[in-house]
Design a protein around this ligand. Structure first.
Ligand code: SF4
Ligand code: SF4
Length: 598
């Protein structure tokens, strides 16, 4: 069959065809579509789930692998931090069935708190890392990734970046699943890692890396015969191809598909007749450092251009225009006669991220903000849609670090300054991911903070995946529902308030103000389904009473509220989700509800 597949879909198809048995992960852009695609595939020896976090997922994958199953754990780059503990231990303990750790990096970053480079994790863990440039290449590399994992009994990292994950390509393949027999768990002393064994296994690991270099080098390739060598990989390879159009004779390209470990012989062969080397890669100078080390150790002195001498930026995503500008600068600095073809590209204006129209989180933030009006409060935020609580005019996010840290940072802030009120905001899925441990700590250590759990009954930011609080499993079938307030109560928290953020704003403000009067540990659950999930029954419109004071717009910042060309306020009925928040701020009764199909 021939199909146009997105990078993540291509990975999913290839995993299924290549007999993957267990796929587990936690949603995170840009990795989410791998599991979203796989969940539509069925087979008797195939299992897929959303786990509560990446560490849990990798440990499930490790267990299944020890029983001989082909397994995959999926996550985004920051998720790998959460899963780092089992990953490092697995690199020593090893695996049985092929285990791929699929990690999507986010240069830019488009929807992440870091721009970290998973290739560095591979170096840190001593594990091989595949770095495909396109959906088709990703599709083709899954099979060898499993085979390498099984041959060397090691997990294999499969790193993609946003552009590869989310670009589309036509791929021809036979949709036929490889049938494998799972041999089952065999008891072996080596599965129990003890310090003495760890030392022996570490030496074995170093040897395995040496052994696999030549074999992995087959996935890297040299193109062209020009005197200027470009070392590149991942999506940057295509930026390079595009940028050198018309000047191909000047260049040759070393396209690195397996970024670690690198085979010295292959690198030296490429560099032997080059006048200079240019390193084009996103994020960290991984190829640049590895290749330079090989050159240095082999006494090869050559001009190099990359991140380390400031020609290639360390941060942000590359594109064709940026790469063209880099080449132009290097070639003019080096005195090459090249027409002014490599120029800067267009600068597109940036748009500020904001909560959707009718997002219940907007109401929840404003309820707490108004309840605390005039008080000295610190608001800690977390990762998810509600990170947007920092945006004006909501402005109720003073810190944001990583998943679950709103609750724990709030405790640190409270320890440092007991006179302050500290209020943490976290989402439902994030609470299950890593908020629970923070809540336990605040109860145990008597940290008197308030934890607001914004429960929109889904994992909103990544595309509405279920989580334990929904009670639904990945296919929508019944799991067991885990109650957020039940957890808080079970831990021992006595002060718990559940609020519908869409209900009367003033009453909610009073309730929250009353709740926050005492400086004790408390949990407020704001529960209302995500505005994008509910069917729209009503919307609001502005009537003739409007004085055009613009308070509704200025206070809520709702994107459905806008000004027309004459400066008059109006509500875009196609965007309005009927939350009624703006109505709470209008003193002129100028905002009225319209029942849909009226
Ligand atoms: S009711 Fe008002 S605040 Fe709510 S979505 Fe509509 S315009 Fe926005
Ligand atoms: S708050 Fe009321 S009066 Fe003021 S602009 Fe909005 S709709 Fe008009």
């Amino acid at each position: 069959m021939k199909k146009v597949l997105m990078g993540n879909e291509a990975v999913a198809y290839s995993l299924f065809i290549n007999g993957v048995n267990v796929v587990v992960g936690y949603p995170g852009t840009p990795s989410t579509e791998v599991i979203e695609t796989l969940k539509d595939f069925q087979d008797e020896d195939f299992y897929v789930e959303w786990s509560t976090n990446e560490k849990v997922a990798l440990e499930i994958a490790a267990g299944a692998s020890l029983a001989g199953a082909r397994t995959v754990a999926t996550m985004k780059q920051v998720g790998l931090n959460v899963a780092a503990d089992p990953l490092l231990s697995l690199s020593v303990v090893g695996v049985e069935g092929g285990l791929i750790v699929f990690v999507a990096d986010d240069p830019g970053p488009h929807s992440s708190q870091t721009e970290q480079d998973t290739r560095n994790f591979a170096r840190f863990c001593n594990l091989p890392v595949f770095d495909p440039s396109s959906p088709k290449e990703a599709f083709e590399l899954i099979k060898p990734a499993f085979e390498i994992s099984e041959k060397y009994k090691l997990p294999v990292l499969f790193r993609m970046t946003t552009r590869v994950c989310h670009s589309n390509q036509s791929i021809e393949f036979e949709f036929k699943r490889e049938k494998r027999k799972i041999k089952g768990f065999e008891k072996k002393p080596e599965w129990v890692i003890l310090p003495a064994l760890s030392y022996i296994k570490h030496m074995e690991l170093e040897q395995k890396l040496q052994d696999m270099k030549k074999e992995l080098s087959a996935y890297n390739r040299i193109e062209g015969r020009g005197k200027i060598g470009i070392v590149t990989g991942g999506i940057s390879y295509f930026y390079v191809k595009e940028a050198i159009k018309g000047f191909e004779d000047l260049f040759s390209i070393l396209k690195i598909t397996v970024a670690h470990p690198l085979d010295e012989g292959f690198i030296l062969e490429f560099a032997k007749d080059k006048e200079m080397l240019i390193f084009i890669e996103e994020l960290d100078p991984v190829l640049e450092e590895e290749v330079k080390l090989i050159l240095f150790e082999n006494g090869r002195i050559i001009s190099t251009y990359g991140k380390r001498n400031g020609y290639v930026p360390f941060a942000g995503e590359l594109d064709v225009d940026k790469v063209r500008s880099i080449f132009y600068k290097i070639l003019t600095d080096e005195g090459f006669l090249v027409k002014n073809t490599f120029t800067d590209g267009l600068q597109i204006p940036k748009r500020q991220a904001q909560l959707c129209a009718g997002c219940p989180h907007r109401n929840s933030f404003l309820i707490v903000k108004y309840a605390m009006k005039g008080k000295d409060v610190i608001f800690t935020g977390d990762i998810g849609c509600y990170t947007l609580g920092f945006a004006k005019p909501i402005s109720t996010t003073d810190t944001c670090l990583c998943m679950g840290a709103s609750i724990t940072m709030a405790q640190g802030l409270k320890i440092a300054d007991r006179s302050k009120k500290v209020i943490a905001f976290i989402g439902d899925s994030t609470f299950f991911h890593s908020g629970i441990t923070g809540l336990v700590n605040s109860y145990y250590n008597r940290h008197n903070i308030t934890i607001c759990i914004l429960d929109n009954l889904t994992t909103g930011m990544t595309g509405f995946q279920p989580h334990p609080g929904t009670g639904k499993k990945i296919y929508g079938e019944e799991g067991r529902k885990v109650s957020i307030e039940g957890i808080a109560k079970g831990i021992g928290v006595e002060r718990i308030l559940v609020i519908d953020p869409y209900s009367d704003f003033t009453e909610n403000v009073d309730k929250v103000r009353e709740f926050l009067k005492d400086d004790e540990l408390g949990v407020i659950v704001f529960r209302r389904e995500c505005a994008n999930l509910k069917s729209r029954e009503s919307y609001f419109k502005i009537n003739q009473n409007c004085s055009n004071c613009k308070v509704c717009l200025q206070v809520t910042g709702c994107p459905a509220l806008n000004e027309d060309e004459n400066g008059n306020i109006f509500i875009d009925s196609t965007l309005c989700n009927g939350c009624g928040l703006c109505k709470s701020f209008c003193r002129y009764s100028a905002i009225e509800k319209v029942i849909k199909d009226d």
